[in-house]
Design a protein around this ligand. Sequence first.
Ligand SMILES: C[S@@+](CC[C@H](N)C(=O)[O-])C[C@H]1O[C@@H](n2cnc3c(N)ncnc32)[C@H](O)[C@@H]1O
Length: 361
Amino acid sequence: MARHHPDSKNKRDAGLAALLREKIAAEGPVAVADYMELCLAHPSYGYYMTRDPFGTRGDFTTAPEISQVFGEIIGTFLLENWRDMGAPEKPAFVELGPGRGSLTADIWRIAEKAAPDFYEQADIHLVEISPVLKERQRETLAHLKGKVSWHDSIDDLPQDRPLIVMANEFFDALPIRQFVMEKGAWRERGVTTGKNKGFAFTLLPEKPEMDLPKRVKDGGVFEYCPAAEAIMQKLAAKIKAQRGLCLVIDYGHDDEWAIGDTLQALSAHQHADPLWDPGERDITAHVNFAVLRKAVQAAGVYATDVITQGDFLRSIGIEEYAGNLRRQARPEQAKDLILAVQRLTSASEMGRLFKVMGLSA
Ligand SMILES: C[S@@+](CC[C@H](N)C(=O)[O-])C[C@H]1O[C@@H](n2cnc3c(N)ncnc32)[C@H](O)[C@@H]1O
């Protein structure tokens, strides 16, 4: 796991774990969503707030970190779509949760070569909560200085210009609520203190206030991500008012009422217990694309069908694009390109689990 302050690990662990124990002692168990929010985004101890988690020495990798081919081919696709919209003036390019900034850098490399009119007029708006990653993005995008600005939330995005929005592995990092069917009734899942100074799942006393799936067997888990739905509602409303398009790529499914527990933690590229070491592990959940799609359509914005990443990347020509690059590459680079395309598209790797949805207005 990449750590910026290796010697502060114990202090940080003690910090968030101690804070959670105090909160639970004073107020009772916390909902899973509150636990996830604290673990990922607590200003001092949150996982994303304290480190750069990417790469072989980190906890996980993402498509833009696997190969620049991902961002370049997506850049080509976004620019074609901007042109199809009639190339509206002064677009604001937005990335939600840009990580190291690699995807934006790859998209803008293509824009500089293939769409100088876009490159000249557009600027870059990064929505990011992590101070460590903001710094990393500043380094990656140093050559685009003057064009880039940062925002803590989508509320602060430009309000008078078309938006071209990219969200890769952003929605999976937002806190989910979990509900468990027990003895024929839904109960919200919470987190409480457990043995050996650890934490354990529990059920919250309050009756869930929202509509939940019917005819589910005991033990079934239903997940709902209020933040994802709220962000998509706002984003779709902005796109409706200002024109624009958005591409959402993430792991997830397209079944609004899906039953299943997808809360997971990753540490050093291995699955890990999400209740252990709070704040030190990446915690995510699968994205419910059906809920996002409904939010988009309710705002009067067109949403594409949800398709797999493999089908999407093949349909926009990743194989031909990588093939052209391979012909000019050294043998070692050519081999890396083949492996990268396979990793991004094959059903047994990222090709099937990851889904893609586009929206435009
Ligand atoms: C899994 S990473 C994906 C990074 C990048 N998109 C990529 O594909 O490499 C999630 C990103 O979202 C950011 N993030 C998490 N929660 C956020 C929030 N509520 N608002 C803005 N950014 C957030 C993280 O700091 C990180 O940059």
